[in-house]
Design a protein around this ligand. Structure first.
Ligand code: AMP
Length: 582
């Protein structure tokens, strides 16, 4: 197998890349390095981030820098500040033993003066975002007349971000004899058009198949109705306690909404979107990179060029319209030989989009069921047990306290002690999922997993309850629902019809919840009134009430009114509990 020396890399570069842990060239490096070192032919490479493309163009560029010339000889253009910094960092690392090579990243959102100062000192390789590069050219600071190598990295991203005019401007300033190298994860029409305009007789290298996704990524699809999407996201996160991933949303607004809810619900996540200042972006990114944040919620534009290693999951909270964007999103996981999972939370109406992604990306989605509360609890419980098993015990530190602890717990058997430890850590989790639904579309089992193990949750098991509070005390259907939320510690209890009367209210709910409900309700005080509840044979009146007088069965009026219909309780009470998740 060819090594870096065999493909022509010089000894200074060999030394630095060896220190970086590069042993054998990746396929793209094997194909492009010899060609770029021996010819001036243009190169188009279909390669995703993670394939080693930075070294594929970076090593030949560095090796061919003329030490006598202190002006810019090569320029690498890329779509985002993050990628720009990353590429420059890599090039600087490669040229560790060639101290005459000077590399500078230039990007917006930071003072231009320092970049100007550095360029004036003499730079041979510029790595820039198109906007800032153009600005420096216009100010006559950056002169590209002797640039003989140009790299367009993530060309598809640059074009879809609207940098076409800037690229035209910059490329026009370089010499016609330049060697142009274009790297792109996808070959969109725009990429083909720019390659035709600025490249001639280019050698084409495809590391991944055209428009195909990385091989070591599994693609999972969850068929979920829109109203359960958020719950599905949470369960996926709960089922994968070690998740480290990006959740892609369609818009800034959706990104913000999901992030706020997610953080409120106690998840370790933050957002990255176009409304953040550069400082805020950097702060979020640095927390994500050092894994203080487990999940990043992002729009496509904001996440462009983010190069984060080791992502376990990509979650498509909203599917993109363009299948190529899906390929790009999913390509952020499963890098450097590691495996990854790309998840689509979708519903049956999006089946055409799914088909189109499958065809264009040459992948197959595996249908998955959102884990039930029970699945999640077992998984989390197992994680807890493993943690207890593996925790490092510092005998010396805890020694002084042990006698008292043993004495206090001596009445507990070994088995009971284990139960107590687990419950102390885990009760909140069990409680949260106690009455959770199965939210998968095909098999809408509905209601409590624990109480509806056979999946038969239908209205046949509904009975009428009478609660000792009615119109005179001003209760509304919404208040009744939130009361039941509080009592049942769930937002998933399905409630049927509600009939508010003078001093009591009749409502429908599942019979199996009766004991929990009547026990719990005794602890609640509603506007100074103790409450009681009992099953009743009283029928729910279908008479028009103040709230439902105008209701008919027309679709317009089927929108949620205020009484005499099916209710699903809202999630407010849950937030508070979820804040204390471990
Ligand atoms: P890139 O596609 O350039 O973003 O590279 C992805 C990752 O692979 C980076 O962390 C590189 O440092 C690493 N890498 C690139 N080439 C090699 C190689 N030949 N052997 C091992 N790691 C590499």
């Amino acid at each position: 197998m060819a090594n870096f020396k065999d493909i022509g890399v010089n000894k200074e570069l060999l030394k630095s890349i060896q220190e970086m842990g590069f042993e054998t060239p990746t396929p793209i490096q094997k194909e492009s390095i010899p060609c770029l070192l021996t010819s001036r032919q243009d190169l188009i490479s279909l390669a995703q981030t993670g394939t080693g493309k930075t070294a594929a163009f970076g090593l030949p560029i560095i090796q061919q820098i003329d030490p006598k010339i202190k002006h810019v000889q090569a320029i690498v253009l890329c779509p985002t500040r993050e990628l720009c910094i990353q590429i420059a960092k890599d090039l600087i690392a490669f040229s560790k033993y060639l101290d005459y090579v000077k590399v500078l990243p230039v990007y917006g959102g930071t003072k231009i003066e320092n970049q100007i100062k550095s360029i004036k000192k003499g730079i041979q390789i510029i790595v820039g975002t198109p906007g800032r590069t153009k600005d420096l050219i216009k100010r006559k600071i950056l002169k590209l007349d002797i640039v003989n190598r140009v790299v367009l990295d993530e060309a598809d991203e640059m074009l879809s971000m609207g940098f076409k005019d800037d690229l035209d401007f910059i490329l026009d300033k370089t010499s016609n004899n330049r060697q142009t190298m274009l790297f792109s994860a996808t070959m969109s029409k725009e990429v083909i058009s720019i390659s035709k305009k600025y490249m001639k007789d280019a050698k084409e290298i495809a590391v991944a198949k055209k428009n195909s996704a990385a091989k070591n990524v599994e693609h999972h699809i969850y068929d979920i109705s829109s109203r359960h999407k958020y719950e599905a996201l949470k369960r996926i996160a709960d089922y994968n306690p070690n998740i480290y991933g990006i959740v892609f949303c369609r818009t800034r607004r959706q990104t913000k909404e999901i992030t706020n809810k997610f953080i409120n619900d106690g998840y370790n996540a933050d957002a990255i979107h176009g409304d953040l200042s550069q400082g805020q972006r950097d702060e979020v990114m640095s927390r994500f990179r050092d894994k203080s944040l487990q999940m990043l919620i992002a729009t496509d534009v904001a996440a462009r060029g983010l190069d984060v290693e080791d992502l376990t999951h990509i979650i498509n909270y909203s599917l993109p319209d363009d299948p190529e964007i899906y390929t790009h999103r999913s390509g952020r996981t499963g890098r450097a030989g590691k495996s990854g999972i790309s998840i689509a939370i979708s519903n049956s109406r999006e089946s055409r989009k799914i088909k189109s992604i499958e065809n264009k990306s040459q992948i197959k989605f595996l249908k998955k069921e959102v884990p039930t509360g029970k699945d999640i609890c077992s998984k989390q419980l197992f994680k807890l047990i493993e943690k207890i098993e593996k925790v490092k015990v510092d005998n010396k530190q805890i020694e002084p306290y042990l006698d008292d602890i043993y004495k206090k717990l001596e009445w507990l058997s070994r088995e009971d002690l284990i139960k107590h430890f687990v419950s102390a850590e885990f009760n909140r989790f069990l409680e949260y999922y106690k009455n959770s639904n199965n939210i998968n579309n095909k098999e809408v089992k509905s209601r409590s997993d624990s109480k509806f193990k056979n999946g038969k949750s239908n209205r046949n098991s509904f009975v009428n309850y009478s609660i000792s509070i009615g119109r005179k005390k001003g209760i509304s259907p919404i208040e009744l629902i939130s009361l039941i939320n509080r009592v049942m510690k769930s937002n998933q209890i399905e409630i049927g019809k509600i009939d508010i009367r003078g001093d009591h209210t009749i409502f429908e709910m599942d019979k199996s919840l009766s004991t929990d409900l009547s026990k719990g309700i005794k602890k609640i005080n509603f506007r100074g009134n103790d409450l009681s509840i009992k099953e009743t044979d009283d029928k729910i009146e279908a008479r028009p009430s103040k709230q439902n007088r105008n209701r008919s069965h027309s679709s317009k009026n089927k929108r949620r009114g205020k009484s005499d219909r099916d209710f699903k309780s809202s999630g407010n009470s849950r937030k508070k509990r979820r804040k204390n998740r471990f």
